[in-house]
Design a protein. Structure first.
Length: 118
């Protein structure tokens, strides 16, 4: 498999440290009605940060009931984003597969909710 050259602008370590990436457990998942692309609305337990909401276009690989209890990596300091009639509070992270469908970024083992990526 050919890996393309790194073409993104380099950032400093201090800039990276500004990104607040934390672990959350999905406590609720349902279809997000009115979205332009199929998506779920998620409720995420971020431990000391509380329960936050997010929209995620992950319908190809996951069913809502399969998501419950799964831990995911979230960016918590991007600010809120209006998606249709839903206000997303954090960004759930993932990677596009060969078809462009999103696979969730998840820790390899269970960690406390709200743990910060180091």
């Amino acid at each position: 498999m050919h890996v393309p050259e790194h073409t993104m602008e380099q950032i400093t370590w201090q800039e990276f440290e500004k990104t607040d990436i934390r672990v959350a457990t999905i406590v609720a998942a349902e279809n997000l009605e009115g979205a332009r692309k199929p998506a779920y609305k998620l409720q995420l337990d971020l431990g000391p940060l509380g329960i936050k909401k997010s929209s995620a276009q992950i319908t190809k690989h996951y069913k809502p009931e399969e998501l419950l209890g799964q831990q995911v990596l979230c960016v918590t300091n991007l600010g809120k984003k209006q998606i249709g009639n839903f206000m997303s509070e954090v960004l759930v992270t993932g990677f596009a597969d060969e078809s462009g469908d999103i696979v969730l970024a998840q820790p390899a083992g269970k960690v406390p909710n709200g743990s910060k990526l180091m």
